[in-house]
Ligand binder design. Structure first.
Ligand SMILES: CC(C)(COP(=O)(O)OP(=O)(O)OC[C@H]1O[C@@H](n2cnc3c(N)ncnc32)[C@H](O)[C@@H]1OP(=O)(O)O)[C@@H](O)C(=O)NCCC(=O)NCCS
Length: 321
């Protein structure tokens, strides 16, 4: 090998070099501009706690990053599992296949255990998935989507972005005080898990994201959080969250008002959220997997992380992280 690779915790003064590395390794999209604001939002200001973050250096150059975002999962029937989400995985293109990802991951897992993390999960792309599977992660399965086609007027996009005011007339800026914290996704399955929601989480997730603009439609008994997006040149409205005891009426209202080609969401099998989405016209798209979930437990858990149905997620739990 020859080169010495040093692994150490991330420091605030690494920010600019880490952003350069992420741009180089992962690229960026209009809605995920790599910036100090995005890095801080994700890894410093997260209400579940600051990320476990390590960098690799060689010859004075920053060549690798490994970050586990803190994330708490609420378990149906009670209990919380502190997790780490493996995100922002990057090795400099000139230093790949030298074991940097492996060394960073091994040390980050140790640091995660020390920080009380009991499970690491993530949605890797095809480049990193083989590496994860070699390092003890196992597949959970695909995240399936439901789509509600629209035939009405479609809002115009500029620079690959859709203005939520055009695409979602009648939706309002997210007002956390008016949002219920509970999600109707944990029901219908005995030992399922979902994000531990709280007003602090909702504020951070849907109001403080540096680039993504979320909007809501709410009534007294439910709320949906929506995001106008462009995917492969097509306008879409993403149902990012479904909250409250009965979000049926607001789901139907969102489906009527959206000026996009279609609305898209993911709703756990057997949940009330899913049956309400079906009543609002959403249909499953069997072959499309939005993401593929993998997991690596570090402890005995109160649920089976390899049971795909145990994960009671909506898009807000997965997207733009
Ligand atoms: C994925 C990535 C982080 C791997 O980094 P790396 O430092 O080159 O990986 P390592 O050399 O430590 O390899 C770790 C293990 O994974 C395997 N591996 C790495 N890349 C692989 C690939 N493309 N295909 C198959 N196996 C791979 C290696 O063989 C190694 O196993 P081994 O030690 O048994 O040989 C790097 O390719 C990268 O930055 N890609 C672009 C960014 C990206 O896609 N990130 C993932 C976002 S989810």
């Amino acid at each position: 090998m020859g080169e010495t690779i040093t692994i150490r915790p991330f420091r605030a003064d690494d920010t600019a070099r880490v952003i350069d590395l992420l741009r180089l390794a992962l690229g960026e999209t209009p809605v995920l501009r790599r910036s100090p604001a995005l890095l801080n939002w994700k890894h410093r200001d997260n209400p579940f706690g600051p990320s476990v973050m390590l960098v690799a250096e060689t010859g004075g150059e920053l060549v690798g990053l490994r970050a586990f975002m803190r994330w708490d999962l609420a378990v149906a029937g009670g209990g919380v599992v502190p997790c780490g989400r493996a995100v922002d995985t990057a090795t400099h293109p000139g230093h790949r296949r030298k074991g940097i990802f492996r060394a960073l991951t091994t040390q980050a897992l140790e640091a995660a255990r020390e920080a009380g993390i009991r499970l690491v999960f993530n949605t890797p792309n095809d480049k990193s998935r083989p590496g994860y599977l070699k390092m003890g992660w196992r597949d959970v399965g695909p995240v399936r989507v439901m789509v509600r086609p629209r035939l009405g007027r479609v809002a115009a996009s500029r620079d690959g972005l859709l203005d939520p005011r055009d695409a979602l007339p009648g939706a309002t800026a997210v007002d956390v005080a008016g949002l219920p914290s509970e999600a109707p996704t944990l029901d219908g399955y005995p030992r399922g898990v979902t994000t531990r929601r709280s007003p602090e989480y909702l504020e951070w997730r849907y109001r403080s994201h540096p680039t993504a603009r979320y909007a809501t439609v709410a009534d007294g008994s439910g709320a949906v959080v929506l995001r106008a997006n462009v995917r492969d040149g097509r306008s879409e409205v993403v149902v990012s969250d479904v909250l409250g005891t009965d979000p049926g009426a607001v789901l139907r209202q969102a489906a009527r008002m959206a000026r996009a080609r279609y609305l898209v969401g993911t709703f756990p099998a057997g949940s009330r959220a899913r049956s309400l989405a079906a009543r609002a016209g959403f249909v499953p798209v069997p072959r499309v997997a939005a993401l593929n979930l993998v997991a690596h437990p570090l402890d005995d858990l109160p649920f089976d992380p390899f049971d795909p149905a145990a994960w009671r997620f909506v898009f807000g739990d997965l997207e733009l992280l």
